[in-house]
Design a protein around this ligand. Structure first.
Ligand SMILES: NC(=O)c1ccc[n+]([C@@H]2O[C@H](COP(=O)([O-])OP(=O)(O)OC[C@H]3O[C@@H](n4cnc5c(N)ncnc54)[C@H](OP(=O)(O)O)[C@@H]3O)[C@@H](O)[C@H]2O)c1
Length: 236
């Protein structure tokens, strides 16, 4: 039985990760900012007979990250899934991320949540992961962060935060190699969630089953790669 920790588990991709891993029999630590408002997640946990446990953890809140890590002292985590993220603007308000009208406050928050957050989570949970059998840290990035594939501007806060996240994924693959920990960055597809909107072509269930497939077959010595949800490599 694998043990999985998922951040941003209240809705969207994070909630579907919980749903599918719960169905597969995994033990799940589901983390979200406001468990009392996360009705769908709460329902899943209540139906799970103790298989899924909820934790209040805002990834940009150092105290909450450290206290969750402390609470889970002695628990091994096979897959640490850094999923929580924000766009920093809305698809219907793209000018907030555009040259000439960027919202700097929102950019700062985006960096806190999308970059410092996952790094903080990795530092806090490194011993939980290194004690496990599979020792994999997963990061949900985006194709919008690819420098090689970039063909349009805009969305600077989001793109720059996820490009920085990709850099972390590569760096951590080097720093954590001696502990047997591997890292992996995903483009989850353009997915129908609150963030992806209804216009997105990919269903949440397909994105998650694709990523789960990649995760379970991602074996040593592979590490520090950027991969599409269907398993094909993505250019950095
Ligand atoms: N959907 C897409 O097409 C797409 C494409 C590429 C990449 N991604 C990435 O996939 C990940 C999940 O996105 P999604 O589509 O599921 O988005 P979503 O529907 O907007 O859900 C975002 C999740 O992140 C959580 N979150 C936000 N800030 C947080 C914080 N400070 N601490 C902890 N949790 C926080 C939210 O919690 P609350 O409920 O408390 O707000 C929510 O659970 C993100 O990293 C996103 O950048 C998505």
């Amino acid at each position: 039985m694998v043990t999985v920790l998922i951040t941003g588990a209240s809705r969207g991709l994070g909630l579907e990760f919980v749903k599918q891993y719960q169905k597969s029999g995994a033990k799940i630590f589901a983390c979200c900012r406001n468990p009392e408002n996360a009705n769908n997640l709460m329902k899943l946990a209540n139906e799970s007979d103790g298989q899924t446990t909820l934790f209040q953890m805002d990834v940009s809140n150092p105290k909450e990250v450290l206290s969750t890590a402390k609470e889970l002292n002695g628990c091994n985590i096979d897959y640490l899934i850094n999923n929580a993220g924000i766009l920093g603007t809305d698809f219907d308000q793209p000018m907030r991320g555009a040259f000439g009208s960027v919202d700097y406050e929102s950019w700062e928050e985006t960096m806190l949540v999308n970059v410092l957050g996952p790094f903080r989570v990795c530092e806090a949970f490194v011993n939980h992961v290194s004690g496990s059998k599979n020792r994999l840290m997963v990061f949900v990035s985006t194709h919008m962060a690819s420098i090689t594939a970039l063909s349009e501007g805009g969305f600077y806060p989001y793109r720059s935060s996820k490009a920085a996240l990709n850099l972390l994924v590569k760096g951590l693959s080097i720093d954590l190699k001696d502990r047997g920990i591997r890292t992996l960055s995903f483009h989850p597809g353009w997915v129908k969630t609150d963030m992806g909107t209804d216009s997105a072509p990919v269903e949440v269930s397909d994105s998650i089953s694709g990523m789960r497939e990649v995760i379970s077959s991602y074996s040593s010595p592979r590490t520090g790669e950027f991969i599409n949800y269907d398993g094909t490599p993505y250019p950095w």
